[in-house]
Design a protein around this ligand. Structure first.
Ligand code: FMN
Length: 193
């Protein structure tokens, strides 16, 4: 099974990367992310819309094997530390929640949208992404001397899915669990069509 064998069940077809996107944890610990792939993920995020085009999105990007990668990995919560260090890159997604001393109202919304674009570009390239809220924000703040105007919101593991990866069985099993979603009707408060 490869990442692109996954197909998210939809009532009508959706575009290919949306149909194939998922967040596995069994990653190929030897995969090297190409410079083109890394740049394309950044470009996908860069062209996301944002409120008033403020672009309050920042990233710390590190390939596996670098000091920065190790520092990000050390900030991860227990379970995430079990699998995420096999990622080809770790990306800290930060929202510029304050500009010129004033709050940026939609900063986290805009960041989420930019990250969504990144994940879809990754899926289109046969890569996988796994976003994590489980990390120590204060630790990252202090290690990277992050300005108070910026808020680390998630860490994203980017890599190559490998169902045969030499990993904890519990991690492999999580990947094989059925993936579920609420029905579309449950998301729609009013449908006047
Ligand atoms: C903001 C956010 C935080 C998340 N935090 C974690 C996390 O700390 N650890 C983890 O293993 N998965 C985490 N996830 C992954 C979700 O559990 C996963 O996206 C969800 O179960 C849906 O699975 P899918 O992406 O394969 O469709 C997070 C996802 C998001 C969007």
């Amino acid at each position: 099974m490869t990442a692109t064998d996954i197909r998210n069940e939809t009532s009508v077809p959706v575009s290919s990367p949306l149909a194939h996107r998922w967040s596995p944890r069994s990653l190929d610990g030897a995969h090297v992310l190409s410079a083109d792939d890394l740049t394309a993920l950044g470009e996908a995020a860069r062209w996301a819309p944002s409120a008033m085009n403020l672009q309050p999105t920042r990233f710390i990007v590190a390939r596996r094997g670098t000091d920065t990668f190790a520092k990000i990995a050390e900030s991860l919560a227990g379970f995430n530390q079990v699998w995420a260090p096999r990622a080809s890159a770790l990306v800290v997604a930060l929202a510029e929640t304050e500009r010129d001393g004033r709050p940026v109202r939609w900063a986290e919304y805009d960041l989420g949208q930019a990250v969504a674009h990144l994940t879809i570009e990754a899926a289109d390239r046969g890569l996988v992404t796994h976003q994590m809220g489980g990390f120590d924000v204060d630790q990252l703040r202090s290690v990277f001397r992050i300005d108070k105007a910026l808020t680390p919101v998630t860490v994203i593991a980017v890599g190559q899915y490998d169902p045969t990866a030499d990993i904890d069985e519990a991690v492999r099993e999580r990947d094989l669990e059925p993936r579920t979603r609420r029905e579309l009707d449950d998301l729609t408060l009013i449908l006047d069509i």
